[in-house]
Design a protein around this ligand. Sequence first.
Ligand SMILES: CC(C)(COP(=O)(O)OP(=O)(O)OC[C@H]1O[C@@H](n2cnc3c(N)ncnc32)[C@H](O)[C@@H]1OP(=O)(O)O)[C@@H](O)C(=O)NCCC(=O)NCCS
Length: 186
Amino acid sequence: MTALAREPDRQADIELAKMRRRDLRRVLAIEGTVYPRPWSRSLFLSELAQRHTRTYLVARHEGQVVGYAGMMFTRSEAHVTNIAVAPELHGVSIGTRLLLALVVEAIARSCDTISLEVRVSNGVAQSLYEKFGFSVEGVRKGYYVETNEDAFIMVADNALSTEYRLRLQSIRSELRKAFPRDTSVE
Ligand SMILES: CC(C)(COP(=O)(O)OP(=O)(O)OC[C@H]1O[C@@H](n2cnc3c(N)ncnc32)[C@H](O)[C@@H]1OP(=O)(O)O)[C@@H](O)C(=O)NCCC(=O)NCCS
């Protein structure tokens, strides 16, 4: 066996599935790598227990969890609670696929407004959200207490509109072009 760690196959298929308790070891490992104040196991468990108002997905690559995302639903609104991808697989559209799947579920639940908070300094995540039609609608001062950083509140309005469906369609087409064999693109 070689001493070198194997490079991940960045073109290989990604599978999306509902997050299960057994995914949490790997989810927490990613969480601890990408956030200064990671969610705890008990917080994930409490989210997973709220089956009617939460959806949590994992993305798997070669059977291993490499990303996850979650959403909270109220009657007509959805809120992205978390989205993260293992750093070695950033930039290969896993975040896009996870967010697409969540947004599709929000629409299926008749949510016309989708919101989230994002660090003011997190330009990469903001670009992802802008691609999905989110724009900055406010600021929460000092929202991230560990760094005293502000959060932008980003919102996608009119998620039930034809215009928004067309936006999602174009995101899907781009994904299909880039990953023709990938069954995770709905
Ligand atoms: C934000 C995050 C989930 C994005 O996941 P990802 O799988 O790397 O994102 P994708 O490859 O799908 O790229 C989505 C968009 O982000 C932007 N983006 C991705 N990598 C980028 C980079 N290096 N520089 C600038 N923009 C970038 C692009 O707009 C891209 O869309 P495009 O490829 O159509 O141009 C990932 O960076 C991450 O896990 N970050 C740490 C956790 C985090 O910050 N979560 C968000 C909390 S609000």
